[in-house]
Design a protein around this ligand. Structure first.
Ligand code: SF4
Ligand code: MG
Length: 325
């Protein structure tokens, strides 16, 4: 049985830029239960591709996605079914991810039915519980998505994801369509649910300020490659890569920057034919000759960070961080 992904998820797959397939080259990422891995990048960075790989909506050309060390590809049918339910998704647009004709109660109930909950009573009780978990009275199960605000609909999407009993939620720009005050409420909800249910999150966004609030670790993608990764506190205290520095300068506080694409100087090159050498060299204020020809490798630097930048090559993760220009 397949989990009935809502229409918007199918669009999310359909819209996949088939060419941006270097996406997530070299990435070896781990996310633990109760923790949030933040993924940030501009359009074309490959961040949604990473999400689709995790949801197994796209196949990696190499490498693999393991949940608790097993892959649904090699697990037995029952275990594979469980592993697929372990990973659920919340998308940006709460306006299209819910069927406007279904009550929110039925939308949630559908997931329970697919999960094998045969008793109607049991499903009803569970729907009430899930609605309460996301901050709604149980009586709201009779409402249609059109009767809710954007933030309300996002709460329903979250309840629907929770109905599958996931251990990992992939959230792709889950607050980007919401007003700033509502963003904060929905982020609070994500944080509360994480504590209560020990959920792991992969939080995909163009807005570093959102990650400053929610992420434990951050991965910065640029044109399909990891340019910097490490613990969130170290990254926000002293970003090592010029691209992360530019993103951070552009995102002073939650909600103040709505678009990284306009925030970083210079134009984003075509992801299908990225520049040679360091792919950021066309926009980097520190560009050197070597940057145009040689691709920098991810190098460990201070604070547990890793950055792919020639400025940091040869540096070692010692207590004195290397001087950054
Ligand atoms: Fe800038 Fe060179 Fe570092 Fe790339 S490798 S980010 S171009 S300094
Ligand atoms: Mg995207």
């Amino acid at each position: 049985k397949h989990y009935p992904f809502p229409r918007s998820v199918r669009q999310w797959v359909g819209n996949a830029p088939a060419r941006v397939l270097r996406a997530v080259d070299d990435v070896d990422l781990t996310v633990e239960s109760g923790r949030t891995l933040g993924v940030v990048g501009e359009t074309g960075s490959g961040k949604s591709t990473l999400g689709r790989l995790l949801l197994r909506l796209e196949r990696p050309t190499s490498g693999q996605v393991l949940i608790d060390g097993s892959s649904p590809d090699t697990a037995g049918a029952a275990r594979a079914h469980q592993l697929r339910r372990d990973v659920q998704v919340v998308l940006q647009d709460p306006y299209t991810s819910l069927n406007p004709y279904l009550t929110i109660g039925s939308a949630i109930e559908e997931v329970l039915t697919v999960g094998g909950m045969t008793s109607r009573e049991e499903r009803r009780a569970r729907v009430a519980e899930l609605l309460e978990q996301v901050g709604f009275p149980a009586a709201w199960s009779e409402r249609k998505p059109g009767q809710l605000s954007g933030g309300g609909r996002q709460r329903v999407s979250i309840a629907r994801a929770l109905a599958a009993g996931p251990r990992l939620i992939v959230a792709d720009e889950p607050v980007s369509a919401l007003d700033v005050s509502v963003q904060a409420q929905v982020l609070n909800l994500f944080q509360r649910l994480q504590r209560e249910l020990d959920l792991a999150y992969v939080f995909i966004t163009h807005d570093l300020a959102v990650l400053e609030r929610i992420a434990d670790r951050v991965v910065v993608l640029y044109l399909g490659r990891v340019v910097e990764t490490g613990p969130a506190d170290a990254l926000f205290a002293g970003p090592a890569h010029p691209y992360t520095q530019a993103l951070l300068n552009a995102a002073p506080a939650l909600g103040r920057s709505r678009s990284t694409s306009s925030a970083v100087a210079g134009e984003l090159p075509d992801p299908a034919s990225p520049p040679a050498g360091c792919t950021f060299h066309t926009r980097c204020p520190f560009v050197m000759d070597v940057c145009r020809t040689t691709r920098p490798r991810l190098t460990p630097i201070a604070g547990g960070l890793q950055a792919a930048c020639h400025l940091h090559e040869g540096s070692t993760p010692d207590p004195d961080p290397p001087a950054t220009p």
